[in-house]
Design a protein around this ligand. Sequence first.
Ligand SMILES: [Ca+2]
Ligand SMILES: [Ca+2]
Ligand SMILES: [Ca+2]
Length: 215
Amino acid sequence: MVRKILGTLGLGVGLMAAPMVASAAIIVLDFEGVGNSVPVGNFYNGGGGPNYGVEFSPATLAIVDSDAGGGGNFANEPSPDTIMFFLDANNAILNFAAGFDTGFSFFYTSSTAASVNVYDGVNGSGNLLGTLNLNAQHTSGCTGDPNGTFCNWTPVGVNFAGIAKSIDFGGTANQTGFDDITFGSAEPGRTPVPATLALFGLGLAGLGWSRRKKA
Ligand SMILES: [Ca+2]
Ligand SMILES: [Ca+2]
Ligand SMILES: [Ca+2]
């Protein structure tokens, strides 16, 4: 039987390569490969990335660090070089229709305080299972890599009872970024990359649009 290269790769480095952790499957979304200023959409729902059955609302975008050729005004992201953010705070939701349990977590950077809510129905419906509170910490004790105003990333997570099916991301449009979104654990799945030497800092306004005209 002729073995297809892609088929072999799929078995070798796909879902089955994930380490077994405890009894519950832990899934980490690192947004690598989605693109720059591209909606995450169905990337994790059969649309190019690992198919976890996770669907993002249209307002959620992936963005690549400007130091890696994208348009992102951030640094020290836990999994370089792509993160998720949104441009419409009222419509930044992910649906995990099959459901997940135990915990939910991620790393974030934010210039404003915000809340992220976990629900047991899709599209932010049903019962509120947990809330993650975010602080304004984006510039605290950090520098660019070499560029990027949003340079401080904080792990945050919550344990909950029941089966969660959607996440409603709070925050301010273009002012809150997320990476290594983790299902099944209150501790996000990756370790932050340490800050590297800063050459200079720039006072750019937003996470996503660092190329706009400077004051
Ligand atoms: Ca970076
Ligand atoms: Ca950067
Ligand atoms: Ca990433």
